[in-house]
Design a protein around this ligand. Structure first.
Ligand code: MSP
Length: 672
């Protein structure tokens, strides 16, 4: 039995959880569910980081005590776990006595060993980032992490002899190639360790910041929030520096730890945390895996930009399992990616409703209709059957190692090779023709293999789609669907009852109403924003529902090589004008289109059809000044003649914003 102890970072309770928090927790849960299915000894820990300046400030802003604030906010993080189906074994809060007791014992132990000493500290302190910076770290005199002002502070503080363990850490990284993952991030840490790493200031004077764990050897100070927080990984599993006071379970959990963290906190985990462990005489975690960030239109999510993606809304709008699938499938775990509703919509429809859902529905409904609704027997293998079997074997062998290495999207891509092959197999074997010509044994064999692919998919997808996989297994007449035989097209029970029922995943016809309403509201409130940094556009499936819309083509995110150049004269041919939207209505025949009445300063307002209906409610557009291509030849779009085009921002993933005029201008003003 392998032991695996999966952790997420403990989340700051300065605000409600967003999609980034849901991401790590879902990934950790999927990994744990996989290992539980493998029969491993699994423990999943998550929790909340409740001390420090940020939390104190949030509580002060709300006019309540920090503890009351933490109690309330921590509950939001717990609720999110339940909502997205995370089965954590423990949830730790750094204000709990079981944690503070261990932090104080560790501090005392390191102090007694001479690993903690007092010295004067001078430096640039950033309240927002809760840390000191050196002069050369600052960017334009401001904190490089937050861009906020810094102040020069001189004060006595307590230091951990981090630098004394730097060589041990360098050697550890060299000797344990799997310690830092993915490989692309390892070089960042190795680079940072080429320089001297110095010692770590681990205290804050109470007079400046009192919301923390008191130092046992100096009551005027509290512990630096990172030193406190990192120890959660030990305090939660029964560690104590005195072996006599340790839980007997501790050795089961440490060092089998798999820490999932965001790329922004890889340095704190690899350098602070590992050296702290060395000082305690413990080996570092087995693996530190840094994932990338979810962005929105190439920007970090932030309250001030109003672009924070709320996971609870996504669950209501699309479903918890759809969210789990999208997050783990859409971007490679380790890289950054852009969140967009259009991408979510496309991915859910393409993979779940079309590929997997269709395969299951076709195989089950034909078995029900023509074979009495029971699992049919296999027949002798043809060449096509052997090829399908070889693919199943490849998937059965390759999926697990990829999943265990947190390569979720790659594992799913591999499985989808089989799902797609299953649909093609049905197309090429044409069971309807076999039925018509009365070839019952072959019909049974073809449907059996198609049903077997559904079984394999359900078994492998269970860690990501727990209830949908169970539903699929039930339809296939399997009370349980273990991982055994995931590489073979022979795992169903001959004659077991099948149940087709409703399709596994309903096909989405348009963006959920709640999403469109939220997008419209965000548009109405959004402050004017600077242009986003050029970025690679995310890969999206081809079934983009906006693609047939010609009325409002989306500008592509700038490709690396840049677009083809045109002459100024070519540009001058395009008459761009501002237009005031006087009226807007849904197109009577097309869900994606709006029919707009736009004043361009001409004798009569024009009718312009635009593909904006999935992003904007019509009433939100009335009164907005938009940019219009005014000299396009009229074109009929689903029966309505359009006299121009409204410019909008967005790539394949759909319209994300309108090109609007930020200053008040008269209708018909020339745009250059
Ligand atoms: N409290 C510290 C962690 C201490 S662990 C001993 C912390 N908390 S956090 O709430 O700010 O961030 C928690 C995690 O969320 C980090 O791993 C961070 O990378 C992740 N994310 C925050 N925003 C994110 C995205 N937009 N996308 C993906 N993950 C992101 O840091």
């Amino acid at each position: 039995m392998r032991s695996i102890y999966v952790t997420t970072p403990i989340y700051y309770v300065n605000d409600k959880p967003h999609i980034g928090h849901a991401y790590t927790s879902i990934a950790a849960d999927a990994l744990c569910r996989w290992h539980r299915r493998c029969g491993d000894d699994v423990w999943m820990l998550t929790g909340t980081d409740e001390h420090g300046q940020k939390v104190l400030r949030s509580a002060a802003l709300r006019g309540i005590s920090p503890q009351a604030h933490c109690d309330e906010l921590s509950e939001h993080f717990r609720a999110l776990l339940r909502l997205v189906g995370v089965q954590n074994d423990d949830f730790i809060r750094t204000t709990e006595p079981r944690h503070t007791r261990v932090v104080q014992a560790v501090l005392q132990h390191l102090y007694d060993r001479g690993d903690i000493y007092a010295a004067d500290y001078e430096g640039w302190y950033s309240t927002a980032a809760e840390r000191f910076w050196t002069e050369k770290d600052l960017i334009d005199g401001k904190c490089p992490d937050t861009g906020q002002a810094v102040e020069w502070v001189t004060e006595k503080n307590w230091f951990f002899k981090m630098g004394a363990y730097a060589d041990q850490l360098r050697a550890w990284i060299d000797e344990n190639p799997g310690f830092l993952a993915p490989a692309s991030r390892k070089s960042e840490v190795v680079g940072a360790l080429r320089k001297e790493i110095g010692d770590l200031c681990i205290s804050r004077p109470k007079e400046r910041m009192s919301w923390g764990i008191e130092l046992p050897f100096d009551p005027d100070y509290v512990t630096y929030v990172w030193f406190d927080a990192l120890l959660n990984y030990l305090s939660a599993v029964g560690y104590h520096p005195d072996p006599a006071q340790r839980s007997p379970d501790f050795d089961r959990r440490w060092p089998a730890a798999f820490h999932l963290v965001g790329k922004d906190i890889l340095a704190t985990h690899s350098i602070y945390w590992s050296t702290m462990l060395f000082a305690l005489g413990l080996p570092p975690a087995r693996c530190l895996y840094a994932h990338g960030w979810w962005m929105v239109e190439g920007r970090k999510m932030s309250k001030s930009l109003g672009n924070v993606v709320d996971p609870t809304m996504l669950v209501r709008a699309y479903g918890a399992e759809q969210l789990r699938y999208f997050l783990l499938r859409e971007i490679p775990f380790g890289g950054d990616g852009d969140f967009s509703h259009q991408a979510f919509f496309n991915r859910t429809n393409a993979d779940l409703a079309n590929d997997l859902g269709n395969l299951a529905h076709r195989a089950l409904s034909m078995s029900e209709k023509w074979l009495g609704g029971v699992v049919p027997a296999l027949d002798a293998d043809t060449e096509a059957d052997l090829a399908l079997g070889a693919l199943a074997a490849k998937v059965g062998e390759g999926f697990g190692p990829l999943f265990e290495a947190a390569q979720f999207s790659k594992a799913l891509e591999l499985l989808w090779e089989l799902v797609s092959a299953g649909n093609k197999y049905i197309d090429s074997q044409a069971p309807w023709a076999l039925n018509k010509s009365g070839q019952v044994a072959r019909l049974g064999g073809v449907l059996r293999r198609s049903l077997e692919i559904c079984r394999i998919a359900a078994a492998l997808l269970a860690p990501i789609l727990p209830s949908k996989s169970q539903e699929l297994a039930d339809k296939l007449g399997l009370p349980e669907n273990p991982l055994q035989r995931v590489g073979s097209l022979d795992g169903l029970i001959d004659g077991a009852p099948l149940r087709c029922g409703e399709p596994l995943f309903p096909r989405l016809l348009e963006l959920p109403a709640e999403v469109t309403a939220a997008l419209s509201a965000a548009l109405a409130e959004a402050p004017p924003e600077p242009a986003p940094k050029p970025k690679k556009s995310p890969k999206t499936p081809t079934s983009a529902p906006m693609s047939e819309t010609t009325a409002a083509p989306a500008a592509e995110a700038t490709p690396a090589a840049g677009p083809a150049l045109i002459e100024y004269d070519d540009f001058a041919k395009i008459a761009l004008r501002t237009g005031l939207v006087k009226d807007a209505a849904r197109h009577p025949k097309a869900d994606r289109l709006l029919v707009l009445t736009i004043d361009l300063g001409e004798a009569q307002p024009r009718t312009i059809v635009a593909g904006l209906a999935q992003t904007y409610a019509p009433e939100v557009l009335v009164g907005q000044t938009v940019v219009v291509v005014a000299n396009l030849k009229p074109i009929k779009l689903r029966g309505v003649e359009s006299h121009g085009m409204v410019l909008a921002v967005g790539g394949d993933a759909g319209v994300q914003a309108l090109a609007t005029a930020s200053a008040p201008v008269a209708p018909g003003t020339v745009v250059r």
